[in-house]
Design a protein around this ligand. Structure first.
Ligand code: F6R
Length: 609
C-alpha cells in the first residue's frame, strides 16, 4: 500500500528520502514522488513506476536541495497511475505540499466546494482535495490549517504536510492509517512503516487516530484535531537493519520461507512450560478470569491471516472444545453479526493495520466482545486496540506473500488453544504432548527446507499449466486455500483451493489431461478419504502432486510427484504441509520471471477497505 517518508533536520534530505522509499517498496506501489523545501521554495519530482524511475528523474533535473521534505509511494485508489496523480499534491494558493495514505471518503463534496471557490484541480485524486482544503483554510499557521481541514474530512489518512511559508515546520497526522515520528539526533524522520525510519533512529512516537504532530528542527508537539494537547508515547522500535536486508537470498520471500525455523523458535521462546503442561502468554494473563468464561470464539482476518484463523477454528473446537468460527473480517463487519455474552474475538494479522480486520475488531468490541490480537507488528493499530494479545515475534515480513507470519500465526493459535483448553477439557498431559510436538516443529521445517531443490524440479514440470487445484480435508483444507493463494498471487497462475470432497460437486469438470492437482495427503483421520479423492482426479487425467508423510509407500504408487513432510500430530500438520506449497509458489514465480517480492497490483498491508 502507499508509503510515506518525511524529514526535517539539518541534512540534505533527498538521498535519505529515496532510501526511505526503497525500504517501503515492498508494501506495493505504482508511482513515486518527492517534494523538498529550500529557501522558501518547493521543488517537486514525480515518476510513474519504480522508485528507480524517480531516482533517474531527480538525476535528470539535477536533484532537489533542502533539509525539509517528504516523499511517497502511491498505490492507486482514486485515479489512474499517472504522474499528475502521484503524490506529493500541492494547493494553488499558499505553497502546500502533501503526501497521503488512505482514502478521503467525502472528497467529492469537498471538491465541489473548493471548485466553487475557484480552485482548479490537476489530478483525479482525493489527496489533492485535502491539499487544496488546507491551503484554503491557511491563515498563517500550518498546524492550525491542517487541524481545521481534518475536522472536515471523513475517511482514513496518514499525512505529511509542508508549506513554502513555514520553512521550519512539518505537520503530520493520522487516522486509520499508520504513521510514526522517528526521533533522531537533531532531526526527525517520519514513516508509515518502521522500515523507513530504522536506519536513523530506534526511538519513535506512533501516532494514534486523530493525532496531529507539529515538528520543527528543535522539537515537536502533539495535539488532536481540536488542538487539545496529547502526551506522546515514545517507544523503542524492535527492528534491526539486518532483518530488513536480503543478505545472501535472492528474494525476501525466499529469505522468509527459510527463516521459518528460527522465527518459530522465537515465537515459542519462553512460552512453553512443557513439564507442567502450561502455556505462558504474558500478554493475555491479566484476562485470565474473562477467558475462563469464554463461550465462543470468533477468529477473523483476511487472506493468509484468515487461513490461519480457519485452522485456529479447527484447533479450538477439536482440542479446547470451545465453539469457534473463522470469518472474513470484511464480511463479519457488515452482516450485523450476533455477538453473545462471553464471546472472544481474535483478530489475526501480520501487519496489525489491515483496514478490514481493524473494522471487524471495532465492530465486535462495540457489541461487547472481549478482543485478542494475534499480530506481528509491535505497536500496530490492532495490537493497540485489542484488550490483550500475543505477538508472533517472527521479525519483519517484507515479502508481499505472507509466509513466516502464517507459521507464526499457527503457532500462536496452537498455544492459545492449549491456554484456553487447559481451562476446560484438556488435561495437563494432553497439553504437554501437544507442546512437545510444537517444540519439534522448527526442526521438522528445517528438514522440509532441505528438499528445496527437489521441489523446484517438480515445479519446473508444472509451471506452464495455467490452472491448478489445491485440495485438502480437515485441518488441511485451509492449507489447500493457502497453497492456492500463494501460487496465484506471485506466479499469476489461476489456482483454486477447496475441500477435497467438494471437488466432485462441480470443479471436477475442470480436470483435463495433466492439470496439476496438489493434494495435502498426510497421515491423519481422513487419509483414506483423501486417497479416494486422488483416485477420482487421476481417473480423469489430472496430474497428482501429493504432500505426504515420510514413509508413506501407498502414495508413492498413486501420485505423479510426492513432496514428503515429517510425521506430526494432525492438528499441527498445516505448519509443515504449507512449506512445500510456499516453495512451489516461489519457484513457479521465479521460473515464470516475475518479481516475487513486488507482485503486480498487490500491497503488503491493505489499509483501505
Ligand atoms: C497473502 C497476504 C495477504 C495478507 C492479508 C492480511 O500472502 O499476504 O493475503 O495475509 O492482506 O494481511 P495482514 O496479515 O497484515 O492483516
Amino acid at each position: 500500500m502507499c508509503g510515506i517518508v518525511a524529514y526535517i533536520g539539518s541534512k540534505q534530505c533527498q538521498q535519505l528520502l529515496l532510501e526511505g522509499l526503497k525500504r517501503l517498496e515492498y508494501r506495493g506501489y505504482d508511482s513515486a514522488g518527492m517534494a523538498i523545501l529550500d529557501a522558501g521554495r518547493l521543488d517537486l519530482a514525480k515518476a510513474v513506476g519504480k522508485v528507480a524511475n524517480l531516482e533517474d528523474k531527480l538525476e535528470t533535473i539535477g536533484g532537489l536541495r533542502g533539509t525539509l521534505g517528504l516523499a511517497h509511494t502511491r498505490w492507486a485508489t482514486h485515479g489512474g497511475v499517472t504522474e499528475p496523480n502521484a503524490h506529493p499534491h500541492t494547493d494553488d494558493k499558499v505553497g502546500i505540499a502533501l503526501v497521503h495514505n488512505g482514502i478521503i471518503e467525502n472528497y467529492a463534496a469537498l471538491k465541489t466546494y473548493l471548485e466553487e471557490k475557484g480552485h482548479v484541480f490537476k489530478s483525479q485524486t482525493d489527496t489533492e482535495v485535502l491539499a487544496m482544503l488546507i491551503g484554503e483554510l491557511y491563515e498563517g499557521d500550518l498546524e492550525k490549517a491542517v487541524q481545521a481541514a481534518l475536522r472536515e474530512v471523513t475517511g482514513a489518512y496518514a499525512i505529511a504536510v509542508i508549506c513554502e511559508k513555514e520553512p521550519d515546520t512539518l505537520v503530520v497526522a493520522r487516522k486509520g492509517s499508520p504513521l510514526m515520528l522517528g526521533i533522531g539526533n537533531g532531526e526527525f524522520i517520519v514513516g508509515s512503516d518502521p522500515a523507513a525510519i530504522i536506519a536513523h533512529t530506534a526511538q519513535a512516537v506512533p501516532l494514534d487516530d486523530y493525532n496531529v504532530a507539529k515538528v520543527t528542527r528543535s522539537g515537536f508537539r502533539t495535539t488532536d484535531i481540536h488542538d487539545v494537547p496529547v502526551t506522546p508515547k515514545v517507544m523503542q522500535l524492535e527492528l534491526d537493519l539486518e532483518q530488513i536486508e536480503l543478505g545472501s537470498f535472492a528474494h525476501f520471500m525466499q529469505k522468509e520461507i527459510f527463516e521459518q525455523p528460527k522465527a518459530l523458535r522465537n515465537t515459542l521462546r519462553g512460552r512453553l512450560e512443557t513439564r507442567e503442561g502450561r502455556v505462558v502468554l504474558g500478554g493475555v494473563a491479566r484476562l485470565d478470569k474473562e477467558l475462563t468464561k469464554a463461550r465462543r470464539v470468533i477468529l477473523t482476518g483476511q487472506g493468509t491471516a484468515l487461513h490461519a484463523a480457519m485452522i485456529g477454528e479447527y484447533l479450538m473446537e477439536d482440542l479446547a472444545k470451545i465453539p469457534a468460527v473463522a470469518e472474513y473480517a470484511s464480511e463479519f463487519r457488515y452482516r450485523n453479526p450476533i455477538v453473545e455474552e462471553n464471546t472472544v474475538v481474535v483478530a489475526v494479522s501480520q501487519s496489525g493495520e489491515t483496514a478490514d480486520t481493524l473494522a471487524a475488531l471495532r465492530e465486535a468490541r462495540e457489541r461487547g466482545a472481549l478482543s485478542l490480537g494475534v499480530v506481528n507488528v509491535v505497536g500496530s493499530s490492532i495490537s493497540r486496540e485489542t484488550d490483550a494479545g500475543v505477538y508472533l515475534r517472527v521479525g519483519p515480513e517484507i515479502g508481499v506473500a505472507s509466509t513466516k507470519a502464517f507459521a507464526g500465526q499457527l503457532t500462536v493459535l496452537a498455544m492459545l488453544t492449549i491456554y484456553l483448553g487447559r481451562k476446560r477439557f484438556m488435561s495437563a498431559d494432553q497439553c504437554a504432548d501437544l507442546m512437545r510436538e510444537l517444540e519439534r516443529v522448527p526442526d521438522k521445517v528445517d528438514r522440509i527446507l532441505e528438499s528445496d531443490q527437489r521441489i523446484r524440479k517438480v515445479t519446473e514440470g508444472l509451471v506452464d499449466r495455467e490452472n491448478w487445484l489445491f485440495l485438502g480435508r480437515g485441518y488441511n483444507y485451509p492449507t489447500a486455500l493457502e497453497g492456492a493463494l500463494k501460487l496465484k498471487e506471485i506466479s499469476y497462475i489461476h489456482a483454486e483451493g477447496m475441500p477435497a470432497a467438494e471437488m466432485k460437486h462441480g470443479p471436477i469438470a475442470l480436470i483435463n489431461d495433466g492439470m496439476p492437482a496438489v493434494f495435502i495427503a498426510n497421515k491423519g483421520r481422513q487419509y483414506d478419504k483423501v486417497m479416494s479423492n486422488i483416485q477420482e482426479v487421476k481417473a480423469r487425467g489430472g496430474r497428482i502432486i501429493a504432500v505426504a508423510t515420510e514413509g508413506d509407500d501407498q502414495i508413492t504408487r498413486l501420485a505423479d510427484d510426492v513432496l514428503f513432510i515429517p510425521e506430526i500430530t494432525e492438528p499441527l500438520s498445516p505448519m509443515l504441509a504449507v512449506v512445500p506449497l510456499q516453495l512451489m509458489a516461489y519457484h513457479a514465480a521465479v521460473l515464470r520471471g516475475h518479481d516475487v517480492d513486488k507482485p503486480r497490483n498487490l500491497a503488503k498491508s491493505v489499509t483501505v477497505e
